[in-house]
Design a protein around this ligand. Sequence first.
Ligand code: AMP
Length: 207
Amino acid sequence: MKLIFLGAPGAGKGTAAERFSELYGLAHISTGEMLRSEMKNGTDLGKMAKGYTDAGELVPDAVIIAMVKKRIRARDCENGFILDGFPRTVAQADALLEISDIDMVINIDASIDNLIARISGRRMCCGCGACFHTSRYHDETCNKCGGKLYIRDDDKEETVRTRIAVYHEKTQPLIDYYAGKGLLKTVDGNGTSEQVFVKIEELVAKI
Ligand code: AMP
């Protein structure tokens, strides 16, 4: 099963993809998480990407496409995968067509108020990249690996507004792109993560 989770920053793509991939034995490919890992390790790619991510802008297509091409060839992708945060531009979607087929694109649609509320309470684990929200999780360490939780540099309010604007300009056109290919399903992303997850499961069961 090869899925794309599409949605604005804070829509809940990462949370749903993490849970869904664990349950169904699919590789979870989060390009944002891959970049954060490169930044943490101080690689050339990480140093280059940091300027873009800190500003809320997209990392150049060629860099991201090369990264995903390599990742998709890894063994753990043989059973299928969930792409979370990729593609984000039409150029990336065109490149993906040449790398792999896709069974379904799930567009998680949440209101702007929800996007902002979710991002402002978001905490990430520096160890495994797991994502928590302060309204439901009050510890300062991760309950999976014990890593310390931190606030992403690009989750500051000003940067979030840029990221949402970039989403509208560059990523939203993918909704029509995939609808035109008959691959798009939209779920209401305004409920709890549990409600969103159930809706995604119902859709995927029809594949
Ligand atoms: P995310 O964790 O998906 O919100 O991604 C965090 C940041 O990483 C984004 O704001 C971009 O700067 C960068 N990024 C992640 N995925 C992509 C992508 N597919 N194309 C370009 N930039 C990306």
